[in-house]
Design a protein. Sequence first.
Length: 304
Amino acid sequence: MKLKFYGTRGSIPICDAGFQKFGGNTTCLQITFTDTNRIAIFDAGTGLRNLGRDLRAIGHKQEQILIVFTHFHWDHIQGFPFFAPAYDPGQKITLLTLGRDQTVRNLREIFEVQMQAEYFPVQLDCMGANFEFLQVADASKHFTGINNVETVLTAQRHNHPGGAYSFRIERNGKVLVICTDVEHGEQIDARLVELARGADLLVHDAQYTAEELQKRRGWGHSSFDQALQVAEMAGVKRLALTHHDPEHDDEFLERIEKLCRERFANTVLAREGMEIQISEAPGTMSRSPGRLSRRTRLTSSRRK
Ligand SMILES: [Zn+2]
Ligand SMILES: [Zn+2]
């Protein structure tokens, strides 16, 4: 598997100078199953536009494209109306929400409303692609189906306003866990630690510093400290932090990244366009996997 970040920004896209190293587009992840060259997409934030453009540019053909949603807040669906393959009548696109305890009543309606005439010039029915909207408890067969390689997808509902899901993708003995838009509360959510157990790569929400989190209770996100804590408790090999706050510029995030690495060596702050190989041996991203004993508390020693 290979993961590519097309959107790393949380809450709202941003185009200001000083934010471009980490990127301004909102959450969108592409997983490429490198042995079969098939892709799956997680979330349709504004990064989806570039993803679609890249597929066109390299002439990627795939009869059916899966888009899985963690949840449906704006920053996770805003790219959908600008996804070029959605305008191709020959393209089949499956939009998928999964997990038990679903609160979504009508998945199709979410996108119909997003694209109704008051909000957007082209309505869902006029886009062109052949859409399929699925709400399922277990999506493993959909992932296995696009590759003919057994893939196990586990979903775990977690705390976020309106609800959201984390995902664990296991394939050929490798494990990728995506855990974004999560607020742990007073304690780290033990179910998410279990979900992330031993993962080759954990992608985790890290929108706030510990201090910012105190002022943002109930907004649905994690601090850098909490993401590191989950990585340590779950014994993951590598950690990628994402959903960067729109107030955190490149300089600030680079400083935070250094602090994070002092505590968990194999940490990276996700940058737009960054690719991470999950099929390769651990240690290709940075030299020493695992944790260091020194614990560094990350505070908002921010720019003035
Ligand atoms: Zn979000
Ligand atoms: Zn959200």
